[in-house]
Write a protein that binds this ligand. Structure first.
Ligand code: ACO
Length: 366
């Protein structure tokens, strides 16, 4: 029995491979670094959904644009309650309001709904009027436009696009496994994605990037770094943005995002220089603290710096992760549904055994 299912293979997939020993992530045959440098988010969706859908870039862009418009019509039905909740809970509520009977194909609707619902929540929380989607734009460009009311700098749109690509799929992580379990029951794509978002919400999965910035703020100055790290580790706390169940060497997504941040911030940016000092000190402290457990920088560390540089609030970081990962969840649901097999593992019972014997346990016919 393996608590946490470490290294247990639960299915075969053509979607992605996380090679922890090599620090390599392959998404449908391409390394994540190459994918981020050569594709757009929409092209990655086509790649992930290949064999399950028939889209070209033109048809997908149109379908996602229409999905964003449909999602915008649905916003008023939940926005009042959702805007009083944290973003991730508001998003969960919005997606839960989608009906299985929605006519539009659910993979488009879910992918288009997330940026619209989030932009709506951001503006509603600030008491600002909602901005209708522009169906001709990419998901990243339209999302920033729906937040700010005007197109953002191209470099920011591209940085967000690269972020969404980098996190689009990642093997059998907790949220993907959740989505596949739900899909295996036949509950449908909308339920599977809501389940996945609920799993993503936890700080051990997708909830770390906000706390990464809290950590940098708390440490505040270079002379505090060593002392702060020591105190956290002595009190048994985990340092956010470090460690990964699979990666034994650096998380390749952290490298991709670091390059994007560098491009945005240019040389000499104080925040990035400070973050690099903290990263270096934490890696050295963790190596001494847990010499037998390789703990390296994970995707959340540079996600935090990237999203901060784009000007997005830290409460938005986990829902933004969902905006990118949704295309991976959808691909896994397609793949799972194709197997037609219910996921139903076993557990080992270690509780008390009742004294009373019933017919079946006595070996009599039931
Ligand atoms: N800081 C300090 N100690 C750590 C850290 C960390 N970031 N990560 C692991 N450890 C320690 C654990 O306390 C544990 O010590 P113990 O054996 O004395 O109990 C030991 O290293 C092994 O930890 P595990 O829990 O077995 O590691 P696991 O593989 O389950 O954890 C995880 C992976 C959850 C990501 C962990 O490293 C962690 O909590 N990191 C901080 C949160 C974080 O950054 N999450 C984002 C992950 S990336 C993503 O999901 C997109």
């Amino acid at each position: 029995m393996k608590i946490g299912l470490d290294n247990v293979i639960v299915t075969q997939t053509v979607l992605s491979e996380v090679d922890g020993a090599k620090g390599r992530l392959i998404i449908r045959g391409v390394c994540v670094e190459d994918l981020a440098n050569t594709s757009t988010f929409e092209e990655v969706a086509i790649r992930l959904w290949q064999g399950f859908t028939q889209d070209t870039l033109e048809t997908l862009t149109l379908a996602l644009g229409n999905a964003r418009l449909r999602a915008f019509e649905l916003l008023p039905s939940f926005l009042d309650i959702a805007s009083k909740l944290p973003f991730i809970e508001g998003l969960r509520l919005g997606l839960a309001s989608l009906s299985d009977k929605e006519e539009m194909p659910h993979h488009y609707l879910l992918t288009g709904a997330i940026p619209v619902f989030l932009a709506g929540l951001i503006r509603s929380k600030k008491g600002l009027a909602l901005i209708k989607p522009d169906p001709s734009l990419s998901q990243a460009a339209d999302f920033l436009r729906m937040i700010h009311g005007a197109r953002s700098d191209k470099a920011l749109e591209q940085a967000l696009d690269k972020y969404l690509i980098t996190i689009s799929d990642h093997g059998m992580n907790a949220s993907t496994f959740t989505a596949r379990c739900i899909a295996s029951t036949g509950a449908g794509l909308i339920s599977a994605v809501i389940g996945a978002i609920s799993a993503l919400k936890g700080p051990l999965h997708g909830g770390a990037p906000g706390p990464v910035l809290d950590m940098l703020d708390e440490i505040a100055t270079e002379d505090q770094i060593e002392k702060w790290i020591k105190e956290e580790l002595v009190s048994g706390k985990r340092l956010m943005g470090f460690g990964h169940r699979i990666y034994q060497v650096r998380d390749p997504r952290a490298d991709v995002l670091k390059q994007v941040v560098l491009g945005l911030r240019k040389t000499g940016n104080k925040r990035l220089i400070f973050a690099e000092q903290v990263e270096k000190a934490i890696l050295s402290a963790l190596a001494k603290h847990k010499p037998d457990r390789p703990l390296h920088t994970n995707v959340e560390f540079y996600t935090a710096l990237l999203l901060e540089a784009i000007g997005l609030e830290r409460d938005l970081f986990t829902p933004l992760f969902a905006m990118g990962r949704v295309i991976g969840w959808i691909a896994h649901v397609f793949e799972q549904e194709k197997t037609g097999r219910l996921i139903r593992p076993q557990s080992e019972y270690i509780g008390p055994v009742p004294i009373t014997q019933h017919a079946t346990t006595m070996g009599l016919p039931s």
